[in-house]
Design a binder for this molecule. Structure first.
Ligand code: SAM
Length: 293
């Protein structure tokens, strides 16, 4: 069956798959210095943002991703006060981070102001915390910013980036992780969207190796559904600078002073449960030391 113009489609070449949503119109289309940003009005998922032809955010289901890229790491950290979000230009992650009252400062560094312009126009619900006095929005290449960040100045770095291609590629390099390690305080954490465990296992493997090479003593991956991304099954990988990634502030997570729609203490525990194939693969990563970069 061929799809007509009533549908917007992302084709995932490496997955040999495609994802389509029925749409009524395109409401935003801008080629920035870095990427093409489009927003569509869809029939059943609200607005849909795409960057360079890849689905990014939909009104209907972005809560899953934004809650899972932020709350597990925030509740894993004993006292997260200074947070940097690299990428995240739709501002949904910033909104979740600032629900945590112990956070004193959240700096969002996205390379492309056009993404935030599109979000302000078409995803205002994701931008509701932008005027929080603790928020700071910068537009810069995340690797350049983190290399200039003062040593031991951050408790948590959230890398909410595009895929490891184009402008996002540098955010998956050993150089980037080394700069993150330096910018984090002892006990600090990095959490990064780590693609689909079903078709991008080599990406996750490289992340584990590069995080270990940068000095992160431990790493863990959490899994969650992500309906509009290739395979519908996504992950985030957390690296720890001298802390244990198993214990979390369970009491705080059980009774948070804010609303969530997906994350809770049970989901926190379940999300870190490793599928059998992943557990096997991970055990090989942690023993072999000569896997090519
Ligand atoms: N996956 C998120 C979600 O599901 O809601 C959306 C991801 S967010 C739109 C990805 C962001 O990464 C984009 O805004 C893009 O501009 C940003 N980005 C890509 N490369 C970057 C870099 N080198 N430095 C900073 N931001 C970057």
């Amino acid at each position: 069956m061929t799809l007509n113009d009533d549908w917007v489609t992302e084709i995932c070449e490496d997955g040999g798959s495609a994802f389509s949503l029925r749409k009524s119109e395109k409401v935003f289309d801008r080629q920035s210095d870095y990427q093409r940003v489009e927003v569509y009005q869809t029939d059943t998922y609200g607005k849909l943002m795409m960057i360079d032809g890849c689905t990014m955010v939909s009104s209907r289901e972005n809560f899953i991703y934004h809650e899972m890229i932020s709350h597990p790491a925030l509740f894993l950290h004993p006292d997260p006060r200074h947070v940097a979000i690299i990428g995240g230009g739709d501002c949904g992650t910033l909104c979740e981070v600032l629900k945590h009252t112990e956070v004193e400062k959240a700096i969002q560094i996205d390379i492309d102001a056009v993404v935030t312009e599109a979000a302000l126009a078409h995803f205002p619900e994701l931008c509701s915390a932008n005027s929080d006095p603790r928020a700071e929005l910068l537009f810069s290449d995340g690797i350049q910013w983190i290399k200039r960040a003062p040593a031991a100045s951050l408790d948590l770095i959230i890398v909410d980036s595009t895929d490891p291609v184009g402008p996002g590629e540098v955010l998956f390099t050993a150089e980037f992780y080394a700069a993150c390690h330096s910018a984090l305080r002892q006990g600090g954490l990095i959490v990064q969207q780590s693609e689909s465990p079903l078709i991008h296992l080599p990406v996750i493997e490289r992340m584990y190796r590069r995080l270990a090479g940068a000095g992160f003593g431990d790493a863990r991956t959490l899994f969650f559904p992500q309906p509009i991304y290739p395979t519908g099954w996504w992950s985030a990988t957390i690296g720890g600078k001298g802390n244990d990634l198993t214990g979390f502030r369970e009491g705080d997570a059980m009774e948070p002073p804010f609303e969530t729609s997906y994350y809770n203490a049970e989901i926190h525990c379940a999300a870190f449960a490793e599928p059998a194939f992943f557990k096997t693969a991970r055990s090989e990563w942690l023993t072999a030391s000569d896997v090519p970069e």
